[in-house]
Design a protein around this ligand. Structure first.
Ligand code: TMP
Length: 207
């Protein structure tokens, strides 16, 4: 059984990850690919508990270092218990966010050093990297509008617009640094056009 492929879906708040995740999952299944859909932070019992702590607005002020370490603690559990076993047994992984989100939110949003993130990335992941990353991109105001309309903002969603501008900039920089892995898809266009772009990118990847 050949090792599975590791696909990640990224993007700021309200860019349409949830809708497009379902579309991508269905597209892969239609092509006979056994796919496990999961998310970060989360994906295991412990990692979901860490997610809850990270998103909880009522918690004590979380230090930037604590936030970064919690993200990677959750990731370590997720890799050990879900991602690695699935890939090793020939399943594909479709993951809602992964380490590009850390470069975007903790690196861009919180202004933490990329070298610190890279050190933890190496510790936790070794050589594990996504094979393909779909980065959904839309102007921050559009995304925030969508996030707000869902109501009940979490700890990250409650950040100021400047934070999300930094997140978006860091995501786009990641895409510039890794053009063969990260494909940017603009989502401030009709859904059908977004889906056609996804089909195009994933189709090329499958070939
Ligand atoms: P979401 O998956 O519902 O979009 O929410 C997860 C939140 O966690 C989102 O606001 C981004 C944040 N996050 C980080 O700050 N760093 C990370 O490495 C990951 C995976 C998520």
């Amino acid at each position: 059984m050949p090792r599975g492929k590791f696909i990640t879906l990224e993007g700021g708040e309200g860019v349409g990850k949830t809708t497009n995740l379902v579309f991508i999952e269905n597209y892969l299944k239609l092509h006979g690919i056994p796919v496990v859909v999961t998310r970060e932070p989360g994906g295991t019992v412990l990692a979901e508990k860490i997610r809850h702590l990270l998103l909880d607005k009522e918690s004590e002020d979380i230090s930037e270092n604590a936030e970064l370490l919690m993200v990677f603690a959750a990731r370590a559990q997720h890799i050990k218990h879900v991602i690695e076993p699935a890939l090793a047994s020939g399943n594909w992984i479709l993951c809602d966010r992964f380490t590009d989100a850390t470069y975007a939110y903790q690196g861009g949003g919180r202004n933490m050093k990329n070298s610190t993130i890279a050190w933890l990335e190496n510790l936790v992941q070794g050589s594990l990297k996504p094979d393909l990353t779909l980065l959904l991109d839309a102007p921050v105001e559009i995304g925030m509008e969508r996030a707000r309309s869902r109501g009940n903002l979490d700890r990250f969603e409650s950040e100021k617009i400047h934070f999300f501008e930094q997140v978006r900039r860091a995501y786009l920089l990641q895409a510039e640094l890794h053009p063969s892995r990260i494909k940017v898809i603009k989502t401030n266009q009709p859904l059908i056009d977004v889906e056609n772009e996804l089909i195009n990118v994933i189709g090329n990847f499958l070939r």
